[in-house]
Write a protein that binds this ligand. Structure first.
Ligand SMILES: Nc1ncnc2c1ncn2[C@@H]1O[C@H](COP(=O)(O)OP(=O)(O)O)[C@@H](O)[C@H]1O
Ligand SMILES: [Mg+2]
Length: 352
């Protein structure tokens, strides 16, 4: 078939084309072929780009599919967890010998070595030593828990609270005794933990919370000296004079060795009394000598009133000086202090 025959056939099929000369129809046909070819090439390029972009998305982990929900893994063993431990005291001073003795006793491997009691009068710094020990050895324990132990009911609920922190299945049991048993079992099965029972009244109140074996360490602080049958006892005395002087200068950022020495002597080197004096001196910009004068006057008044039973008269005096200053500047704060006096000293909620 030649071109004119083809033209005739197409003309019969599409009579409209016969209206135009042959060369016009030929050009239209060639243009149609070129358009079809271009669109084929474009289609192929689009498919290539789509495939390429799919590969890139895959490589960069981006997906247009909705993300699957993350898998929740309940940790069974906490790492480096610290609970209820108070802030480290930036003015912590001295006590190097007792801290070393405490560490050596806890790690001695002796039968009762893993349980140590810091005993001594109120305000000698037992709790401070326990806090400082915990911070100094934080890296060596996986788990540190501070338990206020003065009130048996509060202690039981704090101890049971461990179950939640440890993700124990018994954590939501209605029976508190069952939770306590579970926590005790966990302590027996795990190592590298430190429990601090602060301000315990007697062994009867806390013995039930100890696992049988020494897989971890226990520090108890108590005013009661009778613990010999249960744990190692480390008696805590007041500061050495050099510690008192260092503390007063560090706490107030003023004074000299001589005036600090005289004040420390009057305060009986008792850390709590030194802290109260230091706070007052810093707050009111008083000198060591003036505070000493104030202290001696106030003490003779207090001694006339009769001796305090819970704390030595040193504390009663330093406390009274601070109390009078607060009363003068913030009379409304006294009502709050009276309210606190009715509450257990260690359990006042921060929100109050
Ligand atoms: N080593 C210390 N360095 C600095 N301040 C101390 C030290 N020991 C005790 N204190 C101060 O004395 C206060 C009473 O100490 P604390 O440990 O609570 O006594 P305790 O537990 O024996 O009753 C603390 O709040 C702190 O201000
Ligand atoms: Mg204490």
């Amino acid at each position: 078939m030649n071109v004119s025959e083809l033209f005739q056939i197409v003309g019969e099929q599409y009579p409209v084309l016969t209206k135009y000369p042959f060369w016009v129809v030929a050009i239209l046909a060639i243009a149609a072929i070129i358009i079809i070819m271009i669109s084929e090439v474009a289609k192929k390029a689009a498919v290539d780009i789509y495939d390429k972009s799919k590969e890139v998305l895959k490589a960069t982990n981006i997906s247009r599919e909705p993300a699957s929900p993350p898998i929740e893994i309940e940790p069974t063993k906490p790492l480096q967890l610290t609970f209820a431990l108070s802030q480290r005291n930036p003015n912590f001073t001295g006590r190097e010998d007792i801290l070393a003795e405490l560490r050596a006793a806890l790690t001695s491997g002796l039968v009762a070595g893993w349980k140590q009691v810091l005993t001594g009068l109120g305000g000698t710094g037992k709790s401070q030593i326990a806090v400082e020990y915990a911070y100094r050895h934080k890296e060596e324990y996986k788990f540190i828990w501070w338990l206020q132990s003065e009130e048996p009911a509060a202690l039981a609920s704090n101890y049971a609270g461990l179950a939640k922190e440890l993700y124990l299945p018994e954590k939501s049991c209605a029976d508190q005794t069952a939770i306590i048993v579970a926590v005790k079992r966990w302590l027996g099965d795990n190592s590298n933990w430190l429990l601090i029972f602060d301000n315990a009244k007697s062994s009867d109140d806390i013995e039930q919370y100890f696992p049988r074996e020494g897989t971890g360490h226990i520090i108890i602080t108590s005013r009661n000296p009778n613990w010999g049958h249960l744990a190692g006892v480390l008696p805590i005395q007041v500061f050495k004079r050099s510690e008192s002087v260092d503390f007063l200068i560090k706490r107030t950022k003023k004074g000299n060795q001589e005036s600090a020495d005289k004040l420390a002597d009057a305060l009986g080197d008792l850390p709590l009394a030194l802290e109260q004096a230091g706070a007052y001196i810093e707050e009111t910009a008083t000198s060591f000598a003036d505070y000493l004068k104030l202290f001696l006057e106030q003490r003779s008044k207090i001694l006339k009133r009769g001796k305090s039973t819970a704390y030595p008269e040193t504390i009663a005096t330093t406390w009274d000086i601070s109390f009078q200053a607060i009363k003068k500047d913030f009379p409304e704060a006294i009502d709050l202090l009276k309210l606190f006096a009715f509450l257990a000293p260690d359990n006042i909620p921060r929100s109050l």
